[in-house]
Design a protein around this ligand. Structure first.
Ligand code: URA
Length: 434
């Protein structure tokens, strides 16, 4: 088999055989096929696309390219959740304790933030002493002991995807539906859960800006999950403004805890409950949405979900006192208030810009090596649909370094799009793909 023939075949619009897909993925991962040939193939795929079979084969070959987590030592149906990424997305922090408190074991690998979206692992490190670098044995033991564990990606999961994604990133070939879906799902499948709930974002802060594209991506990923023998569903949720009222690290953890105390923002609470509902159904703890919702509300009102978070934080070396007293999580006390420059209604808040403002404060990474300041962040006081008068407070910035403040404040101010017309909030959850 020759790589040039595979490139030519895809360039001419043909389907690749399973053997051809396997050949190029293995050859590239092992360093036998050079970047320039794989770049050419990625561009051919970008323009010509791949059918369902090709996409599933690519996913499985990438899944098989490295370690796979063995979760067989954990009883019950393990349900994982994946978000395609957004600003203010602290969902896992509130969702996993609720679902765990309802009886579904949670064994989750999460990533660090890069660019303007944050990562669960960074946020968890806001708890003093919290350890994300645990062995897989500890990971499994923690789930069996307290019902939940979240660790950083230490195992060599889907290395083929890592290499291909890095190449796509610099060759203008990321934004292809089949390539994105296979990339995400290869890692999820290797992470070992029996069932997967996907949160596919749509809007200005999402990978997919239109509902149509988001739906197509969700459908593709659900097809792959099912094709690989895992129960999979996807929610499509709004990312046309940040989720909840906070963006940052410790400040987002506080908001997730408030949500577990039943005092979270409406939009965030709605999303957490909707995802939890699907996880309870896939985990066979609830037979339908109504039953699931009742279980979720009980887990929150009884305090069991909060206790579950505290037990999880404790077993991973963190301070559970900070769960019961979230004000003890370190959020900078240096604040600056961003005010509206004109009157009107908030049409939307450009998510990426809010994320970048937080990054400018030191709350995110421009490159992998950057160290995050967990104490900085943003609190949004106004959101889409709200009426404002010139001079009203829009948002509070929590900062530590004066040098970063002005640029971040300007970025945040311009992220608010204010119009004369009355605007609507819009639905947070756009669709459910089964
Ligand atoms: N996230 C991934 O992991 N892969 C993609 O291709 C795009 C987003």
């Amino acid at each position: 088999m020759r790589m040039v023939d595979i490139i030519t075949s895809k360039r001419n619009g043909n389907e690749l055989t399973d053997d051809e897909i396997s050949f190029f993925v293995k050859g590239y991962t092992e360093g036998e096929i050079p970047d320039y040939q794989v770049s050419a193939l990625m561009m051919a795929i970008y323009f010509r696309g791949m059918n369902e079979r090709e996409t599933l084969t690519l996913t499985k070959v990438m899944e098989d390219s490295g370690d796979k987590l063995d979760l067989s030592g954990i009883n019950g149906i393990k349900v994982d959740k994946h978000s395609t990424g957004g600003v203010g997305d602290k969902t896992s922090l509130a969702l996993t304790p609720i679902v765990s408190a309802c009886g579904v074991p949670i064994a989750k690998m999460s990533g660090r933030g890069l660019g303007h979206t944050g990562g669960t692992i960074d946020k968890l490190e806001s708890f003093d002493g919290f350890n994300v670098s645990i062995s897989t044995e500890e990971f499994v033991r923690n789930v069996n002991e307290v019902g939940i564990s979240i660790m950083g990606q230490t195992a060599d999961l889907a290395p083929a995807d890592k290499k291909l994604y890095a190449l796509r990133d610099v060759t203008g070939t990321v934004e292809n539906m089949s390539l994105i879906a296979s990339s995400i799902m290869s890692k999820k499948l290797a992470a070992g859960a029996d069932a997967i709930v996907l949160d596919v974002k749509t809007g200005s802060g999402a990978f997919m800006k239109t509902l149509e594209d988001s739906r197509a991506l969700a459908e593709e990923m659900v097809r792959i999950g099912k094709g690989a023998g895992r129960k999979t569903v996807a929610l499509i949720s709004d990312m046309d403004q940040p989720l909840g009222n906070t963006v940052g690290n410790a400040i987002e953890v506080r908001e997730a805890i408030e949500t577990l105390m039943g005092k979270g923002p409406d939009d965030f609470t709605e999303l957490v409950y909707a995802l939890a509902t699907q996880m309870l159904i896939l985990g066979e703890k609830a037979s339908g949405e109504e039953e699931a919702l009742a279980m979720i509300k009980e887990a929150v009102s009884s305090g069991r979900a909060l206790d579950r978070l505290a037990a999880f934080v404790k077993v991973q070396g963190g301070d559970p006192e900070q769960v019961y007293h979230p004000e003890k999580l370190k959020v900078s006390d240096k604040t600056y208030t961003v005010k509206a420059e004109n009157s009107g209604y908030i049409e939307h808040i450009v998510c990426d810009e809010v994320g970048i403002a937080c990054m400018m404060l030191g709350g995110g990474r421009a490159s992998k090596e950057d160290v995050i300041d967990l104490s900085v962040g943003i609190r949004l006081l106004k959101k889409t649909g709200d009426e404002v008068a010139a001079g009203d407070d829009l948002a509070i910035i929590y900062y530590t370094d004066d040098a970063n403040l002005e640029n971040a404040a300007n970025k945040l101010r311009t992220s608010y799009v204010i119009t004369d017309r009355k605007t609507e909030k819009g639905n947070l959850i756009k669709d459910l793909i089964k």
